[in-house]
Design a binder for this molecule. Sequence first.
Ligand SMILES: C[S@@+](CC[C@H](N)C(=O)[O-])C[C@H]1O[C@@H](n2cnc3c(N)ncnc32)[C@H](O)[C@@H]1O
Length: 226
Amino acid sequence: METIFKPSKSEKRAMKLLDKNFTQILSVGISTGGSAEINLARQCPMARVIATTVDEKGLKFSNEKIAQFPEKVRIETKIEDVSKPMPYRDNTFDFVYARLVLHYLSKQQLDSALNEIFRVLKPNGLFFVVARNNKEWELTKPEFIISYDEKTNMTTYYEQWKKERIQTRQFLSEKQLKEILSNHGFEIRRVKNYREYLFTDYERTNKNKSKKPNYLTEIVVAKTQY
Ligand SMILES: C[S@@+](CC[C@H](N)C(=O)[O-])C[C@H]1O[C@@H](n2cnc3c(N)ncnc32)[C@H](O)[C@@H]1O
């Protein structure tokens, strides 16, 4: 049985890390229509999947889609900001999935989020991160950059496919992201940079208009010190 949306390249890579014996999974930043979360639940038939977001409209859309699948009974969705203390006990999750979410956070918010993710991950639990990196196209076009804030490490810029739309993100190099994760106690297991088409709509039908894939860094880490 298919999910509603075609899985992304990075989502497919994450699914290969799953163990059918996992019982608790956290997805930070729910995916389009809850599609990745349905797949996480399907691959791990004993797992409860908690999926969080800060976007009310996205949550409503995802809930409507998830409700069409039998996995709905094992998927809990909610508004929850990963940069704030999370309501889970220490050592709760076997796997934390964070695709295309950490770059929304400032340096300070990212520090706080990583402390929390480390705390709630089980010993030897895995954390899958995919973030847009500092090779992104907008960063090579000075006319697209509006400002850079040294304190938060956030860049404010015009989006490549819609110049009237302004975004603020933290772009990190592979080296910076690895260093930050190591400094938070995680053991680096795998690092890969690749390009992937991101979409501008929930339904994942509109590729960004430049037709250029985005530059992503994927890092898989484990909690081996505790
Ligand atoms: C580009 S979407 C990526 C979603 C999904 N992980 C995927 O792979 O398709 C970013 C998601 O992160 C969520 N998000 C942004 N900031 C967040 C925060 N501080 N805490 C939790 N979720 C956040 C957004 O609301 C949205 O659901």
